[in-house]
Structures are given as C-alpha cells and as structure tokens.
Ligand binder design. Structure first.
Ligand code: PMT
Length: 412
C-alpha cells in the first residue's frame, strides 16, 4: 500500500520540524521516525518531556537527529544555544509523536509547565499530534473533549491506529507506524503547497442523506450528516476549484464560496447531478443515497388501523446517481464512496468496477468513532491499479488529503 502523493509531490528538503516526544512506549519508534524524516530532507530538532526520557535516551535522539536534544525549560546553557522562543520560531511544524493523554490535556489547557508545552504556546507554526495511549484512555470523555478542543484550534490529529496495545488491550490508541507518519508529513506539505492547484476546475460534490417520503410526515433516510462531503467541498475550494454541493437535508452551514443545491430525494439528487456533471471536471459522490424509494407515496398521513398489526410498504429502486454520471459520454473524473460494514475491500472494488468509477473511497462504517455522523473517518482509496490508505483523521484532514490524491490522479 502506498500513497501516490508521496511519489510525485515535493519532498521535505529544508523543512524544519520540532519533534516533541512524550512519555509513552511508542517513544521507542522515534529514532526511526527521525531517520526517515531526515532521509526526505527535513531538519529535525527533538524536544523531550521528562516522561519520554524513561523510554528512550536523549543521546540516541541526538545521534540520529544530528542536533542537541532539548528537554528543559530552565536550562541556562540550552537557552544560550537555542532557547524555547527560537525553537518555536525555527519550526515549520511541531510534530508531537507519541502524544500521551497527559501532554494532549496540557496543550488543550494552554499550560506551559515544560519545554514542549511552552513551545506549543509560543509558536504560530502548525501543531500536529499523533496520540498514543490505552484504548480506554483514548475513548474517555476527558481525552475526547481535549482532542475536540485541539481540533477547534486547528491542531491536526494523526491517528491513533487500532490494534493490539502494549498493555494487551485491543482497540484505538496505537501511535501510527513510522511509514504512515512520514507519508502524512509529506502529504501535509504537499497539500499546503496545493493551494491553487485546482484553479479553473469545477467540482460537483453530493453530500448528506436522501429522504424518501412515505407520506406527508414520514420518510426513509439514514445517519449521514454531510460532514464528509462538506469537508471535501471546503478542501476543493481551498485548492482553487469552483465547487457546487448537491446536498440532502443536513444541519451544516453552506461552506463559504461554494454553491449549494439543496435536495430531498434520490430522484431530485439524480436530476441535479445529471444537469451539472457534464460541465464538471470532477464529480464526487459522497452522499448516502437511498437505494430504494416508496412506490406509492401516500397523499395523506397513513393512519394506524386496529385490524392490521403489520404493514407492508412497496419499494422501487432509485436511479444510481454516480453510475449515471460515470456513463455520460463527456463524464467528469468520477469518484464514489463505499460505506461498508464487512469485506470492505472486496465490496469497494466490486462497486468501482460495476459503476465504472475512476476512484472509490472505502470507509468501514462498522468501526465506532468514524464514518456516519462523526467528525473523524479513515479511508482506503482504490483505482483499477492503486490502493492508497488515508488513516484515521479528522474529516477535514482526510478531505485535504483526498483532494491532493485526486489532483495527482487527474494530472497523470
Ligand atoms: O455524511 P457523514 O456523516 O459525514 O458520513 C460520511 C459517509 C459515511 C456517508 C461517506 O463517507 C460515505 O461513505 N458515503 C457513501 C455512502 C453510501 O451510500 O455508500 P454506498 O456504498 O451505499 O454507495 C456507493 C456509492 O454509490 C456512493 O458513492 C453513493 O453516493 C453512490 N450511490 C448509491 C446509491 C444510489 N442510488 N446512487 C448513488 O450515486
């Protein structure tokens, strides 16, 4: 599995990264992380918390980074060399990996009680956090609240990943692996440099659920919030595209600068999509469209009767919007989503082929904390020949990475 962006996008030459290491078992991976980032041209200065030194020595990190390691706010000699303010100014990015629940809480609280948290307060550079902790600690209300606070302040969260943990628990909480983190750093700079790369392009994006009326007061729908589709619209707009969202009913504000067409049913969404798609460069079908609609919508509210305990509603198939777009003679680059709860890869690849898509974004919606109506998600992108993993992150972060990947694919 690899990222196409890392093949074609700029490397990290000249990027100054402060790597903040806090006290978790995943700290043992950081010399490898430093090595890989340096291989791609980054300059690394390591800042360690007291806890981190229980897991890995400053000497190891000094050796691999080629720079003195900073670990104290009150060290007069260190302050003479490169003090905390200079470090904060020097950094193009503060990457905290592993980020323990404790360091996340302290940054969220705006504390400055050690060198790392002080640098976070003193910098105007992007801060990225790669959480690593026990799965119960990750799911705790306090940690989730702190993560939400950091996200509100535009701190980027990478991970955590799922799997077996050092304590024997299984679940979300592992620090992402070094290759994943390196790819994320590279994609981060690639998407930062992607501002304007979609200039002149028109993107049409479907988002949210559809509502299929049963009678004037009832409908069939699903849990889609529209967050994923709207995040893609924002990312495409930021990258310079003109964007039209065709949206089912959601509780989201219209993203600034995007056009919005509000629809209810799959048939309405189909009509708007077929009207707009021929003039679009990219069509992204992120909406959760009802596969079936009610055959005969009742004119008046259906009344409960005492004679019938059961009720049967006949459904008929809705048009497949993304498949219709992909079969247009002048079709745009067509991207579908696959929301699956099992055999994700197999079902996603089958949809890619059956609907004749250029790209499909698979998400496992059975995993708690991602997918429908969540702020976070994880995607695997499939084309006929490529597989690209976009690990668990905020929908806004994923959308930026997805836009970068699509722009790379259409440029080929
Ligand atoms: O909206 P959020 O709460 O942020 O959640 C995001 C999401 C989970 C809805 C999103 O990431 C997602 O997976 N969207 C697609 C959901 C879905 O309907 O998947 P599907 O596997 O049933 O459909 C496959 C593809 O065909 C999708 O691109 C869908 O838009 C499209 N489709 C489906 C049926 C239909 N009649 N017309 C279509 O165009």
């Amino acid at each position: 599995m690899y990222s196409s962006a890392c093949v074609s996008m700029e490397n990290l030459a000249g990027k100054n990264i402060v790597l903040g290491i806090s006290g978790g078992i995943a700290a043992y991976k950081t010399p490898e992380l430093v090595r890989r980032l340096k291989e791609h041209g980054a300059n690394i200065r390591v800042v360690m918390t007291e806890g981190a030194k229980a897991f890995i020595t400053p000497l190891s990190l000094q050796a691999v980074s080629g720079n003195a390691v900073s670990d104290s706010l009150l060290d007069t000699e260190a302050e003479l060399a490169m003090g905390h303010i200079e470090l904060a100014k020097w950094a193009d990015m503060i990457l905290i990996a592993p980020a323990t629940a404790d360091v996340i809480a302290r940054i969220a609280a705006g504390m400055a009680n050690d060198l790392l948290t002080t640098i976070c307060l003193a910098t105007d550079s992007p801060i990225v956090v790669a959480p690593a902790m026990n799965q119960q600690m990750w799911h705790s209300k306090a940690t989730q609240h702190n993560i939400a606070t950091l996200q509100e302040r535009d701190v980027t969260i990478w991970g955590p990943g799922a799997g077996e943990q050092a304590c024997g628990d299984v679940g979300l909480g592992r620090m992402l692996d070094v290759p994943e983190l390196v790819t994320l750093v590279k994609d981060y700079y690639a998407s930062a440099s992607s501002k304007g790369i979609l200039k002149g392009q028109h993107w049409v994006i479907t988002a949210g659920p559809t509502r299929e009326a049963i009678d004037p007061v009832r409908y069939i729908s699903n849990h889609s919030s529209g967050k994923m589709g709207y995040a893609i619209a924002v990312a495409a707009k930021k990258a310079g595209a003109s964007v039209t969202i065709i949206s089912g009913p959601v509780n989201l504000d219209k993203p600034q600068g995007c056009d919005l067409i509000s629809v209810d049913s799959a048939v309405d969404m189909h009509e708007s999509s077929i009207n707009l798609a021929p003039a679009a460069d990219v069509f992204v079908a992120c909406a959760a469209v009802a596969d079936y609609r009610v055959a005969n919508v009742a004119e008046h509210k259906i009344k409960k009767t005492s004679s019938n305990d059961n009720m049967t509603i006949e459904l008929v198939k809705n048009p497949d919007i993304v498949a219709s777009v992909a079969s247009l003679p002048n079709k745009p680059f067509t991207v579908g989503f696959a929301a699956e709860t099992q055999d994700v890869e197999q079902y996603a690849k089958a949809k890619l082929a059956r609907k004749k898509l250029d790209l499909i974004c698979a998400n496992n919606v059975a995993i708690e904390g991602q997918g429908f109506n969540s702020d976070n998600n994880a995607l695997t992108l499939f084309t006929e020949n490529l597989e690209i993993a976009l690990p668990f992150a905020s929908k806004s972060e994923l959308a930026q990475r997805l836009v970068t990947e699509i722009s790379t694919l259409i440029a080929q």
